[in-house]
Ligand binder design. Structure first.
Ligand code: FAD
Length: 348
């Protein structure tokens, strides 16, 4: 069968890439082993314009956030499902100095875009926020399971739930052949499996393990609370609490130490006891050494591409960069040098 592109992986990256190409009339086939997914199907799905200990604007947030809103709402219309959940994020201040700093931030036009309100006093008896906090907008979470399952249904027979065996991929003139399929190109959106790939294992991935809990707790404001740990309201008094970051123990499953770390950070944020731990999961983020994604074409093989390395922020990075990648593949537009894998060609 003649097609345009083979897409390897239907996590957040492969899903967006396939949709972008399909929108331009390209015939795609996706290979995915959802049950082996290590990242998208574990993730909390948060999108948050202000991140890190120092609470600074996320990298290029002013470009990413308008794109992610329009992308996921378009896909909600296409699939007739709801998975894009807008919710303000409340970040308590740690000191009066921080409160003052944030009052100053309101005059920064870019940061102000993301500030809904600044509070100088505690907002809830249940939250440990003696200095008040900042309420952020253009934030929320993506219900990733619903999103990915809806998109699998949308792609229909174009998704093959089977292992893609890279060693069976063969060059055929200007085309690539794989088990009876002939494609113009192959886009690897295979997350950390890229480390085993003959084509892209030279790229410096830096996998980061994360653990996440779902807990029952009797305090249900209409906000995500985030400081050291995030607490996302789900349904019926259940909250998702995460995530840890570790660069070792990648092969171990969920650990007692990560569970205790999350519970202790949650206690520092909210004064209400945890009634029950509903689940405890772990995954590995496909992060990169320079914390920038990997986009581009293989240095020698025409038609072989990678769209990967979205680390801890796939939900917010992928809508914007999948449009850039589509324009690169189909319209020969250049990629931003910061994300182009050419930055590593000198190390091959
Ligand atoms: C605990 C945790 C919490 C997180 N929280 C957030 C968050 O709140 N917000 C956020 O934006 N990001 C979060 N992330 C990060 C986010 O999950 C990633 O950025 C994103 O999911 C990466 O998507 P991906 O499609 O590149 O990779 P993956 O999700 O790993 O997808 C790759 C897919 O390719 C398939 N595949 C690979 N090789 C083959 C093969 N040979 N044949 C068939 N299929 C194959 C895999 O099975 C998998 O389904 C979190 C991650 C973790 C682990």
């Amino acid at each position: 069968m003649e097609i345009d592109f083979l897409i390897i992986g239907q996590g957040l990256a492969g899903t967006a890439m396939a949709y972008r190409l399909e929108q331009e009339g390209q015939k795609v086939i996706l290979f995915d082993q959802a049950e082996k997914n290590q990242s998208s199907r574990i993730a909390a799905g948060l999108f948050n314009p202000v991140t890190g200990k120092k609470m600074v604007k996320s990298w290029i947030a002013e470009k990413l956030f308008p794109e992610l809103e329009s992308f996921y709402t378009e896909l909600e219309r296409v699939t007739h499902k709801q998975f894009f959940i807008r919710k303000s994020i409340y970040r308590p201040f740690l000191s009066i100095e921080e409160q003052n700093e944030w009052m100053g931030h309101s005059s920064d036009p870019v940061l102000d875009l993301f500030i809904e309100k600044i509070f100088t006093e505690s907002q809830h008896d249940e939250i440990r926020d003696p200095f008040g906090g900042v309420l952020l907008r253009h934030s929320g979470w993506l219900d990733i399971k619903t999103y990915l399952d809806s998109m699998t249904d949308h792609f229909g027979e174009s998704v093959k739930s089977e292992l893609f065996e890279e060693e069976l991929l063969e060059k055929d003139g200007e085309y690539w052949k794989y088990k009876g399929l002939r494609a113009r190109g192959v886009v690897f959106c295979n997350g950390l499996d890229a480390l085993k790939s003959h084509y892209f294992s030279f790229l410096p991935f830096a996998p980061v393990k994360g653990e996440i809990l779902e807990v029952q707790q009797g305090f249900d404001p209409d906000w995500i609370i985030n400081r050291g740990v995030f607490r996302v309201p789900l349904e019926d008094g259940v909250f998702r609490v995460g995530s840890t970051y570790t660069w070792h123990d990648l092969d171990l499953g969920p650990t007692e130490s990560a569970k205790n770390e999350l519970l202790s950070k949650l206690e520092n944020l909210v004064r209400v006891p945890v009634e029950d731990i509903k689940s405890h999961r772990h995954g590995i983020r496909p992060a990169t050494k320079d914390r920038k994604p990997f986009l581009g074409k293989h240095p020698k093989e025409d038609g072989v591409y990678i769209f990967n390395g979205f680390g801890a922020k796939g939900v917010s990075l992928i809508p914007y960069f999948s449009a850039m990648m589509r324009d690169f593949i189909l319209h020969q537009k250049p990629l931003d040098t910061e994300v182009d894998i050419k930055r590593y060609f000198k190390y091959i």
